[in-house]
Ligand binder design. Sequence first.
Ligand code: ADP
Ligand code: MG
Ligand code: MG
Length: 869
Amino acid sequence: MTKLVYFFEEGRSDEKELLGGKGANLAEMTNLGLPVPPGFTITTESCMNYLKTPSFFDSDLKDEILKAIDKLENQTGKSFTKNENLLLVSVRSGAASSMPGMMDTILNLGLNDSRVQSLAKLTSTAFAYDCYRRLLQMFGDVVYDINKEKYNLLLQKMEIQLDKQVDYFEVDEHQQLIEAYKQLYAENNIVFPQNPIDQLTEATKAVFKSWNNQRAKVYRELHDIPHHLGTAVNIQSMVFGNSGNTSGTGVVFTRNPATGENKMFGEFLINAQGEDVVAGIRTPEPIEVLNDILPEAYTDFVKYANILEKHYKDMQDIEFTIENGKLFILQTRNGKRTAKATLKTALDLVEEKLISKKEALLRVTPDTIDQLIHPIFDATKVENAPLLAQGLPASPGAATGEIVFTAEKAKEYHNLGKKVILVRQETSPEDIEGMIVSEAIVTSRGGMTSHAAVVARGMGTCCITGCEAFSVNEEAKTIICGDQKLTEGDIISVDGSAGNVYLGSIPTVIADNDQNLQVLLTWADEFATLKVRANAETPQDLATAMEFGATGIGLARTEHMFFGEERVLEMRRLILAKNEGEMKLALERLLAFQQDDFYQMFQTVQDKPLVIRLLDPPMHEFLPHETTEMEQLAKKLDKPASAIKKQIEQLQETNPMLGHRGCRLGITEPQIYQMQVEAIFNSVIQLTQEGHNIVPEIMIPLIAEESELTFLKDMLIDKIEAVFQQHEMEPISYEIGTMIELPRTCLIADQLAKNADFFSFGTNDLTQMTYGFSRDDIGKFINTYKEKDIITQDPFQTLDQNGVGELIKIAVQKARETKENILIGICGEVGGDPKSIPFFQKIGIDYVSCSPYRIPAARLAVAQASIES
Ligand code: ADP
Ligand code: MG
Ligand code: MG
């Protein structure tokens, strides 16, 4: 039979799948000789077996656990069941990937009504009952789902009644509180199990079951963690941070998780247990202060932190407890960090020679890069914004939104299309769904390692914690802040980088370029084989694309140049022209506009390639739809309104996306494409005369037939030659290529390649035409499709490799049969999708082209694809 239970000394850090991350690392630390309280791990396989067949627990697992407890008793010289020399344990969940706060831990397990008295005699009453009270609370919460807050209310009530803090309770008062806690159990028709073995089995089962609770599932979905892995359960002998003033507990990152600075960053609390630091019950002290209070423990901690960082070659997030001056390490894992810190740490570790450049590139996710180019507030506007309050800058970014106080409200408002900011005293894992939809999170309590802070940093959501000026009343839905009162729906702006909350809204801009990002992307370029271009045509977008490191423009959509008020009028004049004169006038004016545009575009990209796509959309996209607009247009064109209306009606199509557009227009209305190439070459000639060396690339959209391409190519060449003649110049070289965006086109790519200088896949249309899903209407059912697992990803966001991808693969093969070195790109949305990029690498695409803000992430993704190929 497979082994169900591993003692820490039997495991290794690479057995995360079986032992969970926490268990594997406890094993690794034990074997490294670090002071880890002894214990054992029940495997993730046991969890899945139990979830599948509950009887497995009693038939197979229970005996193994009992044997392990025997062994743990021998190891520690303590007893789990007898009433003396007590062995108490913690029951700690731990899945393969860390899921912070997702599945709860129970401490002090093994206490009961009589054992608590032995413990009290041995140590102190306050300490023993503190442990028992915590056990009842955690056990009730984890095993029976009795809300933790209910116990806290009982405690608060008694503290007020007796007018003293729980630390100062007498024995009978402690017992009274314990009775009150048990009453809560009774109200739920439950009796707290007095037998330690029963406690252990119930707790283990509950942790197993928590794998399938709602918030764990949501977390897994958010982070792409498979549902079939299960959680391990770690049973570990307790050490007590709450046993007096030479004891304590803390959480430390070996580097700053917000900035990446190579300096320990963390907090601790004297005389406290478990997650007291994280829960924000008392205000913790910064870790350096430990050196003044318990210098030996501090020195030990620094030593072990260094060992762990060198061993794991990454920033560690370490949990420790000090019992009567002696340090114990209870957990280590690679620390979650902000995008900024991810980058700085990766670079620093390369400099410190702990990892290679390649490893550094693989450690940063494309998503991280996206977070680095997050918005910040417009500095000129922030100066005058009314500052409401300040808290801890827990997660960077900037956002404006309406205040909500609950996760439910956040979801409700979000579904109505509102932008929300979740404001709470502190967050808990139950709030996860609300946190996901919030633009920002603000908590009045908690530190930099609180739940809100850790989760927000992971999601890249802007967050402020410990915003103490906010007195938050979640019931009444109010915030009192100085003499101001805010309520649900009020608008605030949150700067997570500075920790500032402002009243009202502030416009955002994109953060300036991080130096480390430049370095990392330069490394990425060294390893990448796929190139990254941009889809851009406005001067602003072209400039951004160049700044972000595009190697050229893969798609400049000329129709975007016709959307200005003046320009669209000329376009309309052209479409509705009834005679030569009108048409000529419109074409002349459009030519002038386009020529200027192209001149500017070529100048911005300089010597880099620029693919210009000739006019693509159906005519009706340029025409007015409202009667009043049609009437205004008629006036401007000096024509009767009735005639205009009739003409527009005649141009209507039942299915315009399948209609008279793309190269079809180029064939029926040749003057438009002719005007466009004239504009292109007039500007190129001018730039050539100014000393530039430009090879324009002209792309024809929506080709389905070889003869469409040959017809248009001949037509364009004639026009281009005429332009050169007019300028009395020898023709310069240029390229004419086609977009591939129809399934038929993929299948005849070998024929087309004879007449095309390059290809670019328009994956948006290709997906639409292959699936028969309308790009514009898929929103109506895609979510249902995802919920019902019909498809897992929106094919307009991530390439459908089996269908659309297969067509692309066929086309690439066929094209290269005809022309081995034909340049092939991707210019649809999925070109910038990190999940699709490895496929494009695999099938031999030359470049991907995406919108400017996706370029930095795409540069990393193409490097990763080539490193891993
Ligand atoms: P999480 O997965 O939420 O981090 P843990 O299993 O790490 O949960 O438990 C939370 C905290 O409980 C730990 O950080 C530690 O302070 C405390 N704890 C867990 N096990 C023990 C133990 N054996 N002795 C003392 N404290 C413990
Ligand atoms: Mg926790
Ligand atoms: Mg922990």
